[in-house]
Write a protein that binds this ligand. Structure first.
Ligand SMILES: *Cc1c(COP(=O)(O)O)cnc(C)c1O
Length: 428
């Protein structure tokens, strides 16, 4: 593979865009090398600016669950675009997507659309704080809820203490209201509740974590959080920006059989256009302006192109009863076969998988939280990533991200990927 044009384009981009990218993970910093500039994509494949073709395992970090440039989605967007692309007035499309989304997920009465997962999570905690009239939230190390200040917090020193900012520009004042717990550690969360009586507005969590690789909750963990929230009159927020409409029609709430009080969405719900959303029951959503006093707004929220892309994608997922099973089957096949290949090379590795989310860490201990996810061998990961890339397989350029399979991927594509892994694993 040659990346001549990508290298040139990256240089040009760096002159006018910080680091040459508009979102850091795209810069390949954790794997080294030059990011590949995409020029087009169709189905399971992405073509870069040099004309190289890759089998795509990130699906734009999730949204392209049906595959790239799905004909129905493209046609629907083009049709709507001809009638104007933004009005700053309500449109029928917003109600259509709201009705469809609410009919697919359990336990939610109303939904508000925003433009990204970050906005959805930021608004969800404001709403939770407004509703409960409390300030503090509990977040888990290694879970990502977008880049708003309240979430860019890491655990402070000491056993149970306030969080501290993990980015310059986030104030101590903000950090003190975010309390950090390790994923899968219910007793730690209990202690936080005990030490902050009557002060916790909400727990926010990725019900299946996807931002430290894929990490699955231990049995009883989420049930335990649900119980703690009920006992303490706190709200449970599921961040389903990744899992919503990906694990099943009803997302993690449905698959795991646990109801959250507020759920955030993003990625798949926009079908490849910028959409986020948060949903809850009437009692809570009625606190939101213009009905209630918790403020939240957006000039481009509910944008018609974004709504039709989301609507067409969800409609396809809703009507095609095979799609989730087919995604699960393909992911299982990939996971099982990867396992066999890596085992035969006697490499230390962990494959975590839930539905169509998979991740691979090069370490010997199970990956169950952020601490264990950090133990992966990064040099091995770099070799693996670049090896697979040169075989034409585009994987997430960081061990802390999950693969997101899309339904355009064929068994031939997966077999091709496994052949590549056979070659690459010999050099690990
Ligand atoms: C991607 C992601 C976000 C942030 O969404 P953006 O659209 O990138 O702002 C929030 N939470 C989770 C779980 C995510 O995976």
């Amino acid at each position: 593979m040659f990346y001549k044009r990508s290298s040139e384009l990256f240089k040009q981009a760096q002159e006018v865009i910080p680091g040459g990218v508009n979102s850091p993970v795209r810069a390949f910093k954790s794997v080294g090398g030059t990011p590949i500039f995409a020029s087009k994509a169709k189905g399971a494949y992405v073509i870069d600016e040099d004309g190289n073709r890759f089998i795509d395992y990130i699906s734009s970090w999730g949204p392209m669950i049906l595959g790239h440039a799905h004909p129905k989605v493209v046609e629907a967007i083009s049709k709507v675009a001809k009638n104007g692309t933004s009005f700053g007035m309500p449109t029928l499309l917003e109600t259509k997507l709201a009705k469809l989304a609410l009919s697919m997920v359990p336990n939610m009465d109303k939904i508000r659309f925003v433009n990204s997962g970050t906005e959805a999570c930021m608004s969800a905690i404001r709403l939770a704080r407004g509703f409960t009239k409390r300030d503090k939230i509990i977040k888990f190390s290694g879970c990502y809820h977008g880049h708003s200040d309240s979430f860019l917090i890491e655990a402070g020193s000491g056993v149970v203490t306030f969080g501290t900012p993990n980015s310059p520009g986030v104030t101590e004042g903000t950090a003190k209201d975010t309390l950090i717990a390790p994923y899968n550690n219910i007793s730690f969360v209990k202690t936080i509740f005990k030490e902050n009586p009557g002060q916790i507005a909400a727990i926010i969590i990725e019900p299946i974590a996807g931002n430290m690789g894929c990490v699955v909750p231990n049995s009883g963990f989420l049930e335990g959080l649900r119980k703690l929230c009920d006992i303490n009159d706190s709200l449970l927020i599921f961040d389903e920006v990744m899992t919503g409409f990906r694990l099943s029609k009803g997302g993690a709430q449905e698959v795991l059989g646990i109801n959250a009080d507020i759920v955030t969405y993003g990625k798949v719900i926009g079908g490849g256009l910028p959409v986020g959303a948060f949903a809850s029951r009437n009692e809570i959503m009625n606190e939101l302006s213009p009905n209630g006093s918790v403020y939240q707004a957006g000039t481009l929220s509910g944008n018609p192109l974004a709504m039709i892309a989301g609507y067409t994608t969800l409609n396809e997922l809703n009507e095609n009863n095979e799609v989730y099973k087919s995604l699960d089957d393909k992911s299982s096949y990939l996971g099982i076969e990867m396992n066999k290949i890596l085992e035969s090379e006697k490499i230390d590795f962990q494959i975590n998988k839930f539905g169509s989310m998979i991740s691979l860490h090069f370490c010997s201990e199970p990956v169950i939280d952020f601490e264990s996810s950090m133990k992966g061998n990064n040099n091995k990961f770099k070799k693996y990533f670049h090896g697979m890339l040169s075989e034409g397989i585009y994987l997430p350029p960081s061990p802390f991200e999950s693969y997101f399979l899309n339904d355009a991927l064929s068994y031939n594509d997966i077999d091709f990927t496994l052949e590549a892994l056979k070659k690459v694993s010999k050099s690990l």
